[in-house]
Design a binder for this molecule. Structure first.
Ligand code: PA5
Length: 440
């Protein structure tokens, strides 16, 4: 469902990939045996094939209940507890779903707790009165400041509006099985809860209730998404780097990095893929950017950003590589027709579709950027369906694990995220944080 159509072959020789083969094979067996650094977080590896069917039914049932209770679902979460669902909705929903006629309008999913803006939250509160509301609060640790603070405000809103008992029936919590403030709070209030498995880290959690419950509520076919991920789990369990596109992608990135490239630009040509770029940035940034290593993950929407970043990519500091996503079958095809006077001079495109022109833009840009010294990897995704997206999520999870191990770092921790929090807590006077910025 994903294949590599461009191997950056003017920058990377086949023999260089061949050299990676033994390392990849070792990492493959390390992943299967669970012997590498961070092995306690390998739950994502067999998640699609081992998904608990009772839990899946419960997620779907809660999704249906939310859809009956509310027309707006506020999903509270940040990082891995937010980006997966956001990316999936961006891919799968109508580009203008807010403006669809009401009988076609799916549940409106709004996000909160992914920033600390009082303006954003206040303005969200301002619109909620016009809607029936349900909340899904998501935090693996149950202690992250942004979602905890947003939930404090929204819980109060729900209790004032619906009363404590009815509010509790409209609030769903997704968190750790036993630990954290959110677990204690949810148990005490009697919310329906969903568990984020201990062995699945936040950024690998899109195929757990973290991503699946909001998606089920929005009417997304989560069975198809898991089916796509199951196919990926099977197909990408191939040790040979030349037969496994996830491993080849990991190897290519590391070879390009070893030749001095520092930034990887994740490029899409469909606006619906924008948040896949955001999800991908977190996955790769937090998994690889440590111990002074890693490619800085950036993303761009072409051809839009060719009119802003294009100059730099073509001609600026030569520190970039690109990963370009091509969609083989787009959701809609729009044909270009000939018009009588051809005043705009576009009749030469008559008979083509927008997809044809978009694909040509992709080909032309790739050629130009490679000529300009930007190694480019091209990944083709079958389409923008639930099944393909499930495959894509798993593909990048597997690729980043292998890529991080290839560069010698633990893919599954994120020690660097803590320092800003410690500083912030100290400055805000959180009990237990002393003036030097360390916990006491
Ligand atoms: O990948 C990660 O573990 C992080 O980015 C988390 O997803 C993010 O910090 C949110 O954490 P939590 O779900 O504990 O609130």
């Amino acid at each position: 469902m994903i294949h590599i159509f461009e191997w950056a072959d003017s920058f990377v020789g086949k023999s260089e990939i061949e050299l990676q083969r033994p390392f990849i094979e070792r990492i493959h067996s390390m992943l299967l045996k669970g012997t590498g650094a961070g092995h306690e977080y390998l739950g994502w590896l067999h998640l699609p094939s081992e998904f608990n069917q009772d839990e899946l039914q419960r997620i779907k049932k809660a999704g249906r209940k939310i859809a009956q209770q509310a027309d707006v679902l506020v999903v509270i979460g940040i990082g891995g507890s937010y980006l997966g669902a956001k990316a999936a909705l961006n891919v799968l929903q109508h580009s203008f779903q807010d403006l669809l006629p009401s009988h076609k309008k799916p549940m409106h999913v709004i996000f909160a707790g992914q920033n600390m803006s009082g303006t954003y939250l206040q303005e969200l509160l301002e619109i909620l009165d016009n809607h029936e509301v349900a909340i899904n609060v998501i935090s693996k640790s149950g202690t992250t400041t942004e979602p905890a603070l947003a939930f404090r405000v929204l819980k109060q809103y729900m209790e004032q509006r619906y009363g404590v008992t009815e509010a509790a029936l409209r609030i769903y919590a997704t968190t750790d099985a036993a630990r954290g403030a959110l677990r204690a709070l949810a148990d005490q209030a009697g919310y329906e809860t969903f568990v984020i498995p201990d062995d699945v880290g936040g950024r690998f959690s899109v195929l757990t209730p973290v991503g699946l419950l909001p998606l089920a509520a929005a009417g997304i076919d989560i069975d198809a998404m898991l089916e796509g991920a199951r196919i990926a789990e099977l197909e990408l369990n191939e040790p040979d780097v030349f037969k496994n596109p996830a491993y080849a992608y990991a190897a290519l990135r590391q070879i390009v990095r070893s030749k001095g490239k520092e930034i990887e630009l994740f490029v899409t040509y469909e606006p619906g893929m924008h948040y896949v770029g955001e999800w991908w940035k977190q996955l790769f940034g937090e998994s690889e950017g440590k111990d002074g290593k890693g490619l800085f993950p950036a993303s761009a929407d072409f051809s839009t950003d060719l009119h802003s970043l294009g100059q730099f990519v073509q001609d600026g500091t030569r520190s970039l590589m690109e990963t370009v996503i091509r969609i083989k079958h787009t959701r809609k095809t729009l044909s270009i027709e000939a018009v009588e006077q051809d005043m705009d001079g576009l009749n030469y495109l008559a008979g083509k579709t927008f997809s044809d022109v978009n694909d040509t833009a992709l080909e032309a840009t790739m050629l130009a950027h490679q000529t300009g010294g930007v190694p480019t990897i091209g990944l083709e995704l079958e389409d923008m369906s639930e099944k393909s997206l499930g495959y894509l999520f798993y593909f990048f999870e597997k690729a980043v694990a292998v890529s991080a191990y290839l560069s010698g770092v633990n893919p599954f921790d994120q020690p660097g995220v803590e320092m800003y929090k410690t500083n912030m807590f100290t400055m805000l006077g959180k009990p237990g944080y002393d003036k030097e910025g360390s916990t006491s």
